[in-house]
Design a protein around this ligand. Structure first.
Ligand SMILES: [Zn+2]
Length: 200
């Protein structure tokens, strides 16, 4: 437990319990939309559907950047919006989000940053870091100074380098296999689409 915020799931084990308890992290043999097979499936929307859990996760992620002066939190839509909102709530600052406009991640809807405002970029899941990197670029184009990047989950096993200080509540290394190389296929167990809940 975090001594400052007793409700905050500060350690990876309690974060993992929240994810597993809500069905946001499933273990089994999954057919991903990419066509690859994986022994784990992550759907952060399920852990964020309970506002109290979302608030606690946001507070815990904000805690990873304590000591930093942060003026605003920015996330890529859609997956990052609730994360940004809850991290910003914990920090007492604004929550903004970026969206694609003609393919380019941009602050829209009248969202503005003052020149030099110190911004924390957040996401639900970092896989390759692509959308976080695009959001960092959008913040810089808007005049903001990116002081860090946080995510609920880093499924790259810590491998992604975004060029700014980075933190995640949970770091996982989740393999994805071409079906011909999938160990579970080799064992003869059928792959299921996540959400069909055939396997628990
Ligand atoms: Zn398989």
């Amino acid at each position: 437990m975090c001594p400052v915020h007793p409700d905050a799931p500060a350690n990876p084990q309690s974060v993992l319990s929240l994810f597993e308890g809500s069905g946001a992290l499933l273990r089994g043999h999954f057919l991903l939309t990419s066509g690859l097979h994986s022994p784990a499936y992550l759907q952060c929307a399920l852990v964020l559907q309970n506002p109290a859990d979302a608030e606690a996760l946001g507070r815990a992620l904000a805690g990873k950047f304590k000591g930093e002066q942060i003026d605003a939190v920015v996330a890529p839509a859609i997956g990052g919006i609730i994360v940004a909102h809850e991290v910003a709530r914990a920090l007492g600052v604004r929550a903004l989000f970026t969206e694609r406009e003609a393919g380019v991640m941009t602050l829209r809807r009248g969202f503005r940053l003052e020149p030099g405002q110190r911004v924390l970029v957040v996401e639900d899941v970092v896989t390759t870091g692509g959308s976080t990197r695009e959001t960092i670029d959008a913040v810089r184009r808007a005049g903001g100074l990116v002081v860090g990047a946080g995510s609920l989950v880093d499924r790259s096993g810590g491998a992604v380098d975004l060029g700014v200080p980075r933190a995640a509540l949970l770091t996982l290394s989740v393999p994805a296999y071409d079906p011909v190389d999938c160990p579970q296929c080799r064992e003869g167990t059928p792959a299921v689409k996540p959400g069909s809940r055939k396997k628990e």
